[in-house]
Design a protein around this ligand. Structure first.
Ligand code: FRU
Length: 487
């Protein structure tokens, strides 16, 4: 495994030509995605600044140019008119001031009539590598030219150095702006701290720590928090770290949510019950962000990093890593978030596979299964002799669905567990599965649960097998992201 020095990880990108050879190299990879956003080189992690503005979807991501390593982070900019086909626009925010000298970390966007503002964490480190976080602001002029404004505020002295990921919220009821930040108390408890102002660009001051009754001791840091209004509910989304949760194997970093009520006067989020809901039941999903500026309060659009902190992936040895999930439509049904693939994705479907004549599974495809009841067992990318593959099993007696990637040749993050399951008290009736060259997203029962995971099938893993009573359709999918070198 490659050893990264601090210098190599935090090297400043001066000229795009420095990384063109890296891009040419990774373009040859068998695992480059066809319809998921992925980094042009190096590592992608969190989605940032997701927003619908003047008819265009803007989506940025955390990007380290040099390899599959967390180092100096930039905001990389992509745009779309339909959330399906994406165009690379290149680097947007560079870590080039004293406030963000060691990274332009995660954040969010606020569209106004005159501008598109981007709020991010300036990750400053001094010569002793002591960290200070600043909430920084960029005015994205003409939707393309980033102009840095003075930072809004620096680190709060009552919390540790972990304070980051500003989510900007405009409260239409009282007219105020709020920024929620992920933070860690001095007692090493994860929390959310809140700043407020009457203006999006100045006079910000500390409002207090968010009270979340019942969740005072729930992980040691909360990354990427946000408070959304969806279908009449307030939803607190966040990523608690270093926490063991039942059913999540050895994974200690999670992305989940609470449903409840937000009181902005007392800064209290009162959960409906004590249930922390996991957002995605798969192996690889983190730092989810909802798009800002959707006029429809009944639903939201969410995208996440299809990856995890402190995890390694098979493409690390090819010097790149990471992609985003498909954007999903969120609604609340029966006091839970329902996540569905977007209708617009149907435009990528090619001619349905004739399953009478082949059991070869296209590497890039969508599958739809309607169960007629009973147990169901699927093997995706099984070997020629019918063994192995990604196994998706529904046990009708136990009323539980399980996804197991231990049967694939390329195994990774094994210590975090290779099987994930989710109870389905009402049984299994429907599956929609999206396969790209190195990922699988499984939407169960019309979005009641979703499993997102990276998988890396080899050339000898090609077959689709099913045991059970279900109708199946498979469509190959067209490409929707261009692997362009735009920096
Ligand atoms: C989450 C995170 C954020 C931080 C960013 C740095 O994955 O650690 O808290 O802003 O990634 O890339």
């Amino acid at each position: 495994m490659k050893v990264w020095t601090k210098e190599a990880r935090y090297r400043v990108l001066k000229d795009p030509e420095e990384i063109r050879p890296l891009h040419e190299q990774i373009r040859q990879s068998d695992y480059r995605q066809q319809y998921h956003i992925q980094s042009v080189t190096g590592l992608l992690n969190d989605p940032n600044g997701f927003v619908y503005h003047d008819g265009v979807w803007h989506l940025f991501y955390q990007w380290c140019p040099w390899g599959a390593v967390h180092g100096l982070k930039y905001w990389y900019h992509t745009v779309s008119s339909d959330l399906v086909t994406w165009k690379n626009l290149g680097v947007c925010i560079r870590p080039d001031t004293e406030y963000d000298n060691k990274g332009a970390y995660s954040g969010s966007a606020l569209p106004t009539p005159d501008s598109l503002y981007l709020y991010y964490t300036g990750n400053h480190r001094d010569e002793n590598w002591v960290r200070k976080s600043y909430t920084c602001l960029v005015d994205l002029k003409d939707r393309a030219t980033p102009v840095k404004l003075p930072p809004l505020y620096g680190p709060h002295p009552d919390y540790t150095e972990h304070q980051r990921d500003p989510k900007i919220i405009h409260n239409e009821e009282n007219g105020k702006y709020y920024i929620v930040l992920g933070a860690q108390t001095k007692e090493k408890k994860g929390c959310v701290i809140i700043y407020t102002s009457d203006s999006p660009t100045q006079d910000w001051h500390f409002a207090g720590q968010l009270k979340v009754p019942g969740f005072e001791d729930f992980g040691d840091m909360w990354e990427c928090p946000s408070i959304e209004k969806i279908s009449g509910y307030d939803v607190l989304l966040f990523c608690p770290q270093h926490l063991t949760l039942p059913g999540r194997g050895g994974t200690v970093h999670h992305n989940g949510y609470l449903l409840g009520h937000m009181d902005w006067d007392t800064l209290t989020f009162t959960p409906d019950n004590t249930q922390f809901h996991v957002l995605d039941f798969g192996f690889d999903s983190y730092a989810a962000e909802c798009a800002a500026n959707l006029q429809d309060q009944n639903k939201a659009t969410l995208v996440a990093w299809m990856g995890l902190p402190d995890a390694a992936y098979p493409t690390d040895e090819e010097d790149w890593s990471g992609c985003l999930t498909l954007p999903r439509e969120l609604r609340v049904r029966n006091r839970r978030l329902i996540q569905q693939p977007l209708d617009e994705l149907r435009q990528l479907r090619g001619k349905a596979v004739d399953l009478e004549s082949t059991d070869l599974l296209p590497r890039v495809c969508e599958m739809e299964l309607i169960s007629r009841g009973g147990d169901l067992a699927l093997q995706l990318f099984a070997k020629e002799d019918g063994t192995g593959g990604l196994s998706i099993r529904y046990d009708d007696g136990a009323k539980e669905i399980a996804v197991d990637r231990s049967g694939l040749n390329r195994r990774f993050n094994v210590e975090q567990g290779e099987c994930r399951s989710r109870p389905l008290p009402k049984g299994l009736f429907h599956l929609r599965i999206f396969l790209d060259r190195s990922s699988v997203e499984i939407f169960v029962n019309d979005g009641d649960a979703v499993f997102s995971s990276r998988i890396f099938p080899t050339r000898e893993e090609t077959r689709f097998l099913m045991d059970g009573d279900a109708s199946v359709r498979i469509w190959p999918l067209k490409s929707a992201v261009k692997d362009d070198f735009v920096v």
